[in-house]
Each structure stands twice: as structure tokens, then as C-alpha cells.
Design a protein around this ligand. Structure first.
Ligand SMILES: Cc1ncc(COP(=O)(O)O)c(C=O)c1O
Length: 457
């Protein structure tokens, strides 16, 4: 591996090099079937995986899955893992939540797709409206698509082209959103249209001065952001940031679009409920589908009126560009109804957040005991380690603090100790199916990693 570690991480790069070799050999020797499957798959799938992230977000090869239950899955080599990636938040309900399994079995036997509405869709829309205090909802198959449509709605409703977002705010795989996430030369995403950044302005998270300056022109359709950034580790808003954001968007007639795809794991109505935010539109996805494909966006009555109106404020006639053949299919809606009404209960959120807090407390204790400068992130059920000695306030700080090799080594060491850690941009999250024993298992594996990496064993 190329070494990019610096002294701020408080570990010796030579030691981590040795560990990387030792742990890689251990991983290879315990995963012969997974590695064989990957070799076979290379003939028919780029990087030997059906979706590139399955290979690109870990430095070690992926495991191939046989089955999963609750907070654990078993790979093709028969090794059982505690899953703290939780499908990058998409299996926050647990891997096989019983109400979702039942609802899906029933629905699939009665028809899973009609391109017509089922009663489940109505219940799901009513439930999301109650949780996010936004009356009207539309459905897609993913949060990427929901964000794309919500941004289109904002442009249509305001008659404005430009969108403002924050560096490090990942909204999905559309050209425009990826360009914004990559920021000024931060990441090189290939294959995007060169004009994708034409209508996107990107500023630093928590930079109220820049927000004020950029919005003053009054030519942005929306500000599009997660309430706290979750794809750069965790970047929390500073006190007053959300108040300023709401005030400035209102004053400039700009729609505030909050993406709660990840942060909805924090409370029944996401961080909007927890922090009393008042967005004009909200995007959700992942966990609300109970593990099945689903994205959704909610809107105010005014936005719904614009949605239904056949022409924009500028008087241009037409139809808002939304929809897809399998969007809001009966199967996804049945799963979402069961997930929202039977799994994602207030008690389930309390349980997962309590586990997240316990995990963060215990990680902090391990780090302090080892005398390391690392900081521990907290966001409800989710935690994570900042190796740079501070909690980043924006993507620039998060980038500066990155320790890619140490990050990769942590994931490999945990995998060798029965914990499937989150993808490299995230930290461990506990699903509603996890227990205190799972927290203890994570902490034990993390403690071993710390002992090994500091040479104190
Ligand atoms: C905050 C956020 N929004 C939207 C998305 C897009 O979700 P999907 O990949 O399910 O379309 C992601 C994906 O990681 C995300 O992290």
C-alpha cells in the first residue's frame, strides 16, 4: 500500500504495513470460496462484482453472501459477521424484519407490480406526511431518483435553474449530484458530462457567510443538503447553521430541500423532527423500504400545487418530468408499509440510538486508554472514528484528516474478527435488530485493532 499516514494519527506506518500483510493473508486463508467466486465473476462483471461499490468501498475483497438474519450475515465461507454497514443504512430495520418478510410474501403472491396504486401506497404516504409534516409524497426506486425529481420540482416551481449545495453532500448518482459531491478537484469521477456543474454552486458546510453571499442573488431554485453530512464520516451543523439556512432560503425564495436518506435513522421523522427543522421538501430512501428498493420525496402544499400544475411560474406549458415504470410498485410499497408501521417504531429508534451512544462511549474509552488522538463521531445509531484529532466541520477538514490506509486496515482487521464494518466513507451503525452484545462484540474487535496498531499487545 502507498503510505499517506501522518503523525496526527499517532501510529507508526511501518507497523501498519506489517499488519496489512498479516491481516490480508489471514483474510485470504479464511475466505477461499469468496475469493474463488470473485475470480469467476471477473469474467462477466467489472471488478468481479454486480455493482462497483461492492468492491470499491473496501480495500480487501468483498465477501459473497449466503444469508442474513437480524444484525448478522453469513458469507460463502460460512463465516458469520456482525453487520455494521447495514447496507449503507438500507437495512436499518434489520436484515430480515419479520413484518416486512410477511408483507412481501403476501404481496408477491398477489402481484408485485401493476403500474397502478395499491392501498399500501396511501398508508405509506400518510405515515411519511405525519412524520415529516409535509403533506404530499411521490415515490421512486431509490433516493438518487427521488433527489433528481425533487430538484426538478424545485426548478419547475421557482422557474430558477441554479441549485446550491455543500461540498461533501452526496445526493446520489446523477451527473449533477456527483459533480457537486466531487467538488473542486476533490475526487475524479469519470464519465460525467463536462457541463454537469453548470447550474450547481457548491460552498462549504457550516459557512453561513458564503450562504448569505450566494443566495443574495435570488437565483437558486433550492438549497439541497443533508441536515448533517454523512458521507464524509459525520459532519455536524454548528449551532445556528440550520436557523441561518432556513432564514436565508426563505428570504431569497429558495426551496429548502433536505435529504434524510441516511439521517432518518436518527428519529421517526429524521433530523427534521429531532432538530425542529422546517424544510419545504424532504427526500428519504434506503431504510424506509425495509430492505426493498424505495425512494420518496415529500413536499409542501404549495409545491404539490406546482407539481400538479402543467406550467411553470414562467408560464412554460408541459408536464413535470417524473416517474418510472417500476416506481411505487406494489411490492416496495407493501415492504415500506410494514417497515414504517411495524418496525420503525419510536421504541425501535430509541433502542438503536441508545446502542449507538453506548458504542460511541465505549470507543472513546478505548481510544483514550490507548492515548490516541482519534475522535469519535456520534449521530444517533451511528458512530465512527476521525483519525485526524478533530471532528470535521466541513468536507475540506474531513478530507484533510483522511487516513485512507488506516481506514482500510481498520475494516480488514474488523472483518478478520467477525465484524463487517461500514464502507470507507461511513462508520458503524447499529440497526434496530442489534443488541448490546453486538456493541460489545464490535468494541472487542476494535480494541484488538487498537492493540495491534499501537503495538501494545
Ligand atoms: C445522503 C444520501 N442521499 C442519497 C443517496 C442515494 O441513495 P441510493 O444510492 O439508494 O440512490 C445516498 C446514497 O448513499 C446518500 O448517502
Amino acid at each position: 500500500m502507498v503510505r499517506h499516514m501522518d503523525e496526527r494519527a499517532g501510529v507508526d506506518p511501518r507497523r501498519t504495513d506489517e499488519l496489512w500483510l498479516r491481516e490480508s493473508e489471514r483474510y485470504a486463508s479464511t475466505h477461499p470460496r469468496c475469493l474463488q467466486l470473485r475470480e469467476r465473476a471477473r469474467a462477466h462483471m467489472p471488478h468481479g462484482v454486480p455493482m462497483s461499490w461492492m468492491a470499491s468501498y473496501f480495500a480487501h475483497p468483498p465477501v459473497w453472501i449466503d444469508e442474513g438474519h437480524g444484525a448478522h450475515f453469513t458469507c460463502a465461507d460460512g463465516i458469520r459477521f456482525l453487520d455494521t454497514n447495514v447496507g449503507d443504512k438500507s437495512t436499518f430495520c434489520g436484515i430480515d424484519p419479520e413484518p416486512v418478510v410477511r408483507a412481501v410474501q403476501r404481496r408477491v403472491a398477489a402481484g408485485s407490480q401493476f403500474m397502478l396504486p395499491t392501498r399500501d401506497a396511501l398508508v405509506v404516504a400518510e405515515e411519511l406526511a405525519r412524520r415529516w409534516k409535509l403533506p404530499s409524497w411521490q415515490f421512486t426506486l431509490s433516493a438518487s431518483q427521488a433527489n433528481t425529481e425533487a430538484i426538478r420540482l424545485a426548478r419547475h416551481a421557482t422557474g430558477r435553474r441554479k441549485v446550491l449545495t455543500f461540498t461533501g453532500n452526496y445526493g446520489g448518482h446523477g451527473d449533477e449530484m456527483l459533480t457537486a459531491f466531487a467538488g473542486e478537484g476533490r475526487l475524479s469521477y469519470l464519465g460525467l458530462t463536462p457541463a454537469a456543474d453548470r447550474d450547481i454552486d457548491v460552498i462549504g458546510f457550516n459557512d453561513v457567510g458564503a450562504l448569505e453571499r450566494v443566495l443574495a442573488a435570488g437565483d437558486h431554485a433550492c438549497v439541497f443538503t443533508e441536515p448533517a453530512l454523512t458521507n464524509e464520516g459525520v459532519v455536524l451543523p454548528e449551532p445556528g447553521f440550520h436557523d441561518a439556512l432556513r432564514e436565508l432560503t426563505r428570504a431569497s425564495g429558495t426551496i429548502l430541500l433536505l435529504d434524510e436518506t441516511h439521517t432518518l435513522i436518527c428519529a421517526p421523522g429524521g433530523l427534521a423532527e429531532k432538530w425542529r427543522l422546517e424544510p419545504d421538501a424532504v427526500v428519504v430512501g434506503k431504510a424506509v423500504g425495509g430492505g426493498l428498493p424505495l425512494g420518496a420525496y415529500g413536499m409542501t402544499a404549495e409545491l404539490c400545487e406546482a407539481f400538479e400544475r402543467g406550467e411553470s411560474l414562467t408560464g412554460r406549458p408541459g408536464e413535470l418530468a417524473t416517474g418510472g415504470t417500476l416506481f411505487a410498485n406494489a411490492l416496495s410499497m407493501a415492504a415500506a408499509r410494514a417497515a414504517l408501521t411495524e418496525v420503525l417504531t419510536p421504541d425501535a429508534y430509541k433502542h438503536a440510538s441508545a446502542l449507538g451512544a453506548e458504542l460511541a462511549d465505549r470507543l472513546e474509552a478505548v481510544v483514550a486508554e490507548a492515548g490516541l488522538p482519534w475522535k469519535v463521531q456520534r449521530l444517533g445509531p451511528r458512530s465512527g472514528i476521525s483519525f485526524g484529532g478533530r471532528l470535521a466541520r466541513n468536507a475540506a477538514e474531513a478530507d484533510a484528516d483522511e487516513q485512507p490506509e488506516l481506514n482500510a486496515l481498520l475494516r480488514l482487521c474488523l472483518a478478520n474478527r467477525g465484524v463487517w464494518e461500514a464502507i470507507s466513507t461511513a462508520g458503524p451503525a447499529l440497526s434496530v435488530a442489534a443488541t448490546r452484545a453486538d456493541v460489545a462484540a464490535y468494541v472487542a474487535a476494535f480494541r484488538e485493532f487498537v492493540t495491534d496498531v499501537t503495538g501494545t499487545g
